[in-house]
Design a protein around this ligand. Structure first.
Ligand code: NDP
Length: 449
């Protein structure tokens, strides 16, 4: 006879929680999952998926301009925000349904409601008590807003996906993934975009050549980038918002998008009451097996605040299910995690930046290429692609691959396989290119900078 209702109970049906739950169920575990909102979590509902759809939507304006050099006569295109939002919502509802089928098909019991721990084996889901041998916390995160007067007038990425109207003017506060992606999205759709970032150059942590290349390209596309700038105060004035900066400038705008990072969703779950250690930022502290300070309580994804990317959460979910329910102890390897920023043009990156490699004591050789992408020889668009390899001189191993340019995310995925395999520059050199592509540049760079 089993003592508990479930072998595993998961709080939060986002990417990582769903993957762990359905794999555990596939391995024979009795699994329950509680979700207070829509299935699929941030990625499906308020992140990767709707964002990428909006990136596609916004890219058509540049495509229409670029088509003229190829002989097309394109009338001035017009964009309807409401159509996009409705179509996007329909697609997301479809994905919510797929997530439900995936879970139910695997035999996972879905409980709709807010879960709270009572003790290390007992939870309440909207008043209903369930017990579980093991508990998984995969509650994700939420946008953080800085404490400035009037900050309630700003929106976050949670709201931008559901605005009734496209803002004609928008101020974006922050210089990370979300800030630059929405700067491109809204600019492409015709909004007037001002991006305000506190440091000297946005995308801190990315390779410096990536950061400066993207800044140049965004400026060329008409985005007003203001670095070393913070918004001190927001006020409403009639129909518009007034954003006062630390330099005393007042920017008149229709919306202010706060994109200043995200914090783990760990409040109100009863975690601390049962002894689960949380970090200063509220993340569940876990060991390499994703187990918290309370044995049997695990956590993964954005709520552990390691690398807030869907594919990382998926790997964590997979590793947990393998370890706990498939007799196959697995840990996630957090090295060489590739990522893309869906800015316009996009960024793709894997491995060490030049600065990180030098700081870690590597003796590096740098290969870098900047060029006009072939499509723009006829489109007339003044845009440069930048590609860069960071190579360890003594071992010849490629430590980092970075790119700003069309299809960067698609290209860097393959480069990530090469880095995972420990490829050397000699292996890159021995690889035959695909012509004519931009990607071939990665295997033809011969002269160090
Ligand atoms: P990021 O951590 O990427 O960026 C946060 C930005 O806000 C930084 O520029 C940071 O500046 C700035 N900031 C933080 N606090 C303050 C403050 N008090 N005042 C002014 N500026 C501040 O967060 P995002 O919200 O953009 O995205 C969250 C995470 O979601 C990302 O880190 C990423 O992991 C994930 N994500 C991934 C995407 C993808 O894979 N394409 C897309 C979107 C999100 P500073 O650098 O100076 O600290």
């Amino acid at each position: 006879m089993t003592r508990y209702d479930f072998d595993l109970f998961t709080i939060g049906a986002g990417s990582g929680g769903v993957r762990a739950s359905r794999m555990a169920a596939a391995y024979g575990a009795r699994v329950g999952v509680a979700e207070v909102s829509r299935l699929g979590g941030t990625c499906v509902n308020l992140g990767c998926v709707p964002k990428k759809l909006m990136v596609y939507a916004s890219e058509f304006s540049a495509a229409a301009e670029d088509a003229r050099g190829f002989g097309w006569t394109v009338p001035q295109p017009t964009f309807d925000w409401a159509t996009l939002i409705a179509n996007k919502d329909r697609e997301i509802a479809r994905l919510n349904g797929i997530y439900r089928e995936l879970l139910e098909g695997a035999g996972v019991r879905i409980m709709e409601g807010r879960a709270r721990l009572r003790d290390r084996h007992t939870l309440e889901v909207d008043g209903k008590v369930v017990t579980a041998d093991r508990i998984l916390v995969s509650t994700g995160g939420h946008p953080f807003k800085s404490e400035i007067p009037g900050n309630e007038l700003s929106i976050t990425s949670d709201e931008i996906f559901h605005l009734d109207r496209q803002p004609e003017r928008v101020v974006i506060a922050g210089g990370g993934y979300i800030a630059v992606e929405f700067a491109g999205i809204l600019n492409g759709m015709g909004s007037q975009v001002t991006l305000v970032y506190r440091g000297p150059l946005f995308l801190r942590g990315f390779d410096d050549d990536v950061r400066s290349t993207l800044a140049n390209e965004l400026r060329k596309r008409g985005i007003d980038l203001r670095f070393e700038t913070l918004i001190d105060r927001l006020e409403r004035s009639g129909d518009e918002l007034l954003a006062t900066t630390n330099h005393g400038d007042v920017i008149k705008t229709d919306q202010v998008l706060s994109a200043m990072g995200r914090l783990p969703n760990t409040a109100g779950l009863g975690l601390e009451e049962v002894g689960v250690e949380l970090s200063d930022r509220g993340a569940v502290v876990v060991d390499e097996n994703l187990e918290s300070s309370v044995p049997g309580i695990y956590a993964l994804g954005d709520c552990i605040d390691r690398i807030a990317l869907t594919p990382v959460a998926l790997s964590e979910g997979m590793a947990l299910a393998e370890t706990l329910f498939h007799d196959n102890p697995s840990v996630v390897d957090y090295t060489n995690v590739p990522s893309a920023v869906f800015s316009q043009p996009p960024i793709g990156t894997v491995g060490l930046t030049e600065a990180d490699a030098r700081n870690q004591g590597f003796d590096v050789i740098i290969y870098r290429s900047t060029f006009k992408p072939m499509i723009h020889t006829l489109s007339g668009r003044d845009e440069r692609t930048m590609m860069k390899l960071v190579v360890d001189r003594p071992s010849d191993r490629v430590l980092g691959v970075h790119m700003v340019g069309p299809d960067a995310g698609e290209i860097i995925q393959g480069m990530a396989v090469a880095l995972k395999a420990g490829a050397t520059k000699a292996v890159f050199d021995a690889t035959i290119g695909i012509h004519p592509t931009a990607a071939e540049e990665f295997v033809t760079m011969r002269t160090p900078v």
